[in-house]
Design a protein around this ligand. Sequence first.
Ligand code: AHR
Length: 494
Amino acid sequence: MHNVIVSTDIAKGKISRHIYGHFAEHLGRCIYEGIWVGEDSPIPNTKGIRNDVLEALKRIKVPVLRWPGGCFADEYHWKDGVGPRENRKRMVNTHWGGVVENNHFGTHEFMLLCDLLECEPYICGNVGSGTVQEMSEWVEYMTSGGESPMANWRKENGREEPWKLKYFGVGNENWGCGGNMRPEYYADLYRRYQTYVRNYGDNKIYKIAGGANVDDYNWTEVLMKNAGWLMDGLSLHYYTIPGDFWLGKGSALDFEEGEWFITMKKALHIDELITKHSTIMDKYDPEKRVGMIIDEWGTWFDVEPGTNPGFLYQQNTIRDALVAGVHFNIFHKHADRVHMTNIAQTVNVLQAMILTEGEKMILTPTYHVFDMFKVHQDAELLAVDGSIGTYEMGGETLPQVTVSASKDAEGKVHVSLVNIDHQNEAVVSLELRGLQSGTPQVSGTILTADRLNAHNTFEQPNVVAPAAFNGAAVEGGKLNVKLPAMSVVTLAIQ
Ligand code: AHR
């Protein structure tokens, strides 16, 4: 039995809804086919954007969407993607599969997608191979309302009013695909490029500097020291890879319990990374004004056999669902510094929410976790304390259960629990301190499976699907929760 105290009267700050953000790159079948099918497609669409994907994404309340990359961002020249589609430049997506990019999905199409999803756009600009002028003009094109060359061009292209754009990234992975720079050099470039990312009218840009890879603490140190006061956010990228990035990441479907354990261990590692990068940020920014923006995270496995290695298409199992749940419980804990995260990537790439095959679409186990956890968006984080047991393999131990809790605007408390143990249930005794009413009303949802690689397919789309949870009972003033092996549960308590 694990004893956990949830203090429903101790609020620790807001869990930004942007923690539940997404990332969609011009990579493989994410944008093309996954989101954009074109107006003439037989797949039902709204001005070219497929309706089934749109509806599914609306259900999980996508708060913010990052685009166009990723590595693609530092090769993207936005002017190629505006104006009449038939005239748009065709280019080669050199980074991802060497396929032809026809630029049919550009700024106007992305902004339409965000409008339809009612989410904030987060645009990543090109530092690696683009000019200061090009970046500056992109912001002008999107946000300038008055008379100006770019505003006039936007109007000619059919959009009279400027768009609202808050989040703008100044480059991506500039230590790698975004230019192979040293942090000192990038910090100087950041200072220069961001100067010309202007605020037009009442549009105020939240500027995000390209941050560290995994545990490159020196990158964070140099950026904060040399440019901290010129940024609103600093990014961090961390992928959960059970194997080795270059030698073999491991299969999404064909894995044993040892790989399950390593995957969970690596997912939990994000806690240490956030803590250590935050400590450096605290040194330069003790008020925590600068947000940590974890704008790429999730599982990264070998591509599905027979698929284009440059397309990063992988299946998604109950293991991915647990990885997502573990991340969210950790992100909540660090909500004072973590202002936004963006899972990679929305459709058909890496740890996707949705997989498509022509006109068919399925929801992944990860999608269901986003659905279950959406109750925490913009809710008040509650203090959680107590013991969470151990999950042991080969002499190594991990915490068996992760927990987080929040209170929404209506006063409803939500508790999310993840049992990462692949074979043992966990019984958690929750003491709910500070609840006003007598016996609480409890309902819940569970996502679990009976085998390690349970997943949804186009033939069987509901193998892993949420169900009503009836493993919680009030006994002796406590809420006893029985979590089956490998499960994610969200409880609603009133
Ligand atoms: O998400 C896939 C790729 O991973 C992104 O393009 C890049 O930023 C990262 O290395």
